[in-house]
Structures are given as structure tokens and as C-alpha cells.
Design a protein around this ligand. Structure first.
Ligand code: NAD
Length: 245
């Protein structure tokens, strides 16, 4: 029997990268997975996965989020994965960028948690996993001012939810990856104009000598989603190959 047999999971940003690998890993472990993303075309590539259904969901749209989650009677696991990397220092960042990143990286988690918590309270159990990053309150890499600010807020939100609901059987943890080989990372490297050099720079800061894989992050989410981590809440867990040591 899988480690998550009988559990129902909702995953955001599941069309590619870490969200996709995690939706697949959760399903492999026996969970019933609701995999969501705004990119339905890409998400549809997962639709034949056993135990997994796909749905279009824009996590920044409060009405859409509330309606979608109202249609799922029982939710044991919420993986808030959606997020966006804005490149630049504070001087490169406009108010519109700030609002966009906070809406996608932080406010969306507030919408989803608010809709899922009443269900978890009814069943006296649940695990919420929020996607943060090593670029957050943990480390301040260059040109990640807005990104690190939002991901630090995710850690604060995680600890607040964990503290408020620990006595009700609900856990909430943040996951903090380092540099993970995903489609958006490749886009960011291409955007520098010299992808090869960008890859060299990313690798140079990795004591492990390599980037992480989406599956390595997914494994950690599976652990936090499962009862194996029953005494872990309010934690920010680094999955970074030693980058932030
Ligand atoms: P990605 O950036 O390659 O893909 C992001 C996915 O989010 C896409 O499928 C996209 O369609 C979806 N998305 C965008 N806006 C959305 C919205 N409004 N509603 C729903 N879905 C939306 O994925 P990734 O690189 O695996 O990153 C996933 C998460 O992990 C992000 O929160 C990111 O900040 C975080 N993270 C990534 C890395 C890394 O190195 N890749 C490191 C640390 C943290």
C-alpha cells in the first residue's frame, strides 16, 4: 500500500517542474490527486496518470479558488506550489511587479489555505506544504529582491498557520529548494543572453556540483504530506544540495 493511500491532495502549478513531479509522486504513493495549473494544455499531459485528475485553476483568482475547492469534500494535503521569479534589485522593481509577485507567490496561498482549513478542521487532520525558497529569509542571492521578499513572507505565513492550528491536528510546513532544474530555470538562463555562462554560474554556487531535480523536491513534499512527518510543523525545510549551509 502506498504511503498516502486514502488521502486526497490538491497541488497548484502542477503542469511542469516541481509541481508536476510532486503531483505524480503523490499519486504514485496512493493519494487521490487534484492537479491544477493555469496551463491546461500542458497539464493535460498528466491526465492519464492513475489516481490523478487535472483542472484549470488560476490561484490568483479568489472566486475560482473558492469554487474549485468547495467542489472537493475532503482534502488532506494541500501543496501550494505556484510562484514566479522576478529578476532584479529593489531599484529594478516597480509597484506593479511587487503586486503581481505578492498576488501569485503569497496571496494565493492565503486564498487556498482559507478555503481548505475548514475541511481539515472538520476532520481534525491535514498537511499544508507551502513553496518557499532558499532565496527568502534564509539567503539573499543577487537580483532576487522581490522574489526573496515574497518567499520570506511564505515562511512567516507558514509558521503562523502552523501555530494557530497545531492543536487541531493540522500541520503546515514550508519547503525551501535551492536551484532546481525546471523549465522556468532554463527560461531564466536563456533570458540572460548567455545560457551557457548562466548555467556555469548556477553550478559554481552548488557545493554538490549539480542542480537539484524536481523529483528530489517532490520526495520531500511526499514526506511532509505523509504521517511519517507527524511531529513536524512550522518548519522550513531546505532542499538545496548544501547551497545555503
Ligand atoms: P515553473 O516555474 O517551471 O512552472 C510554474 C508553473 O506555475 C507553470 O506550470 C505555470 O503555468 C504555473 N502558474 C503560473 N501562474 C499561475 C497561476 N496564476 N495559477 C496557477 N498556476 C500558475 O516551476 P518550478 O520552477 O518548478 O517552480 C515551482 C515553484 O517552486 C515556484 O513557487 C518557485 O518559486 C519555486 N522554486 C523553484 C526553484 C527552482 O529552482 N526551480 C527554486 C526554489 C523555489
Amino acid at each position: 500500500m502506498g504511503r498516502l493511500a486514502g488521502k486526497v491532495a490538491v497541488v497548484t502549478a502542477a503542469a511542469q517542474g516541481i509541481g508536476r513531479a510532486t503531483a505524480q509522486a503523490l499519486a504514485r504513493e496512493g493519494a487521490t490527486v487534484h492537479a491544477t495549473d493555469i496551463n491546461l494544455e500542458k497539464l493535460n499531459e498528466l491526465k492519464d496518470t492513475k489516481g490523478l485528475t487535472v483542472s484549470k485553476l488560476d490561484v490568483t483568482n479568489k472566486e475560482e479558488v473558492t469554487k474549485f475547492l468547495a467542489g472537493i469534500p475532503k482534502i488532506d494535503i494541500l501543496f501550494n506550489c505556484a510562484g514566479f521569479v522576478f529578476n532584479g534589485t529593489v531599484l529594478d522593481t516597480e509597484e506593479k511587479d511587487f503586486d503581481f509577485s505578492f498576488n501569485l507567490n503569497v496571496k494565493s496561498m492565503f486564498f487556498l489555505a482559507k478555503a481548505v482549513l475548514p475541511k481539515m478542521l472538520e476532520q481534525n487532520s491535514g498537511s499544508i506544504i507551502n513553496m518557499s525558497s532558499v532565496a527568502s529569509s534564509i539567503k539573499g542571492p543577487p537580483n532576487r529582491c522581490l522574489y526573496s521578499t515574497t518567499k520570506a513572507a511564505v515562511i512567516g505565513f507558514t509558521k503562523a498557520v502552523a501555530g494557530d492550528f497545531v492543536s487541531k491536528g493540522i500541520r503546515c510546513n514550508a519547503i525551501c529548494p535551492g536551484t532546481i532544474d525546471t523549465p522556468s530555470l532554463h527560461q531564466r538562463m536563456e533570458a540572460t543572453g548567455d545560457k551557457e555562462q548562466a548555467m556555469k554560474s548556477f553550478l559554481a554556487r552548488q557545493p554538490s556540483g549539480r542542480l537539484g531535480t524536481p523529483e528530489e523536491v517532490a520526495n520531500t513534499v511526499v514526506f511532509l504530506a505523509s504521517d511519517e512527518s507527524s511531529f513536524i510543523t512550522g518548519s522550513e525545510i531546505k532542499v538545496d544540495g548544501g547551497w545555503a549551509n
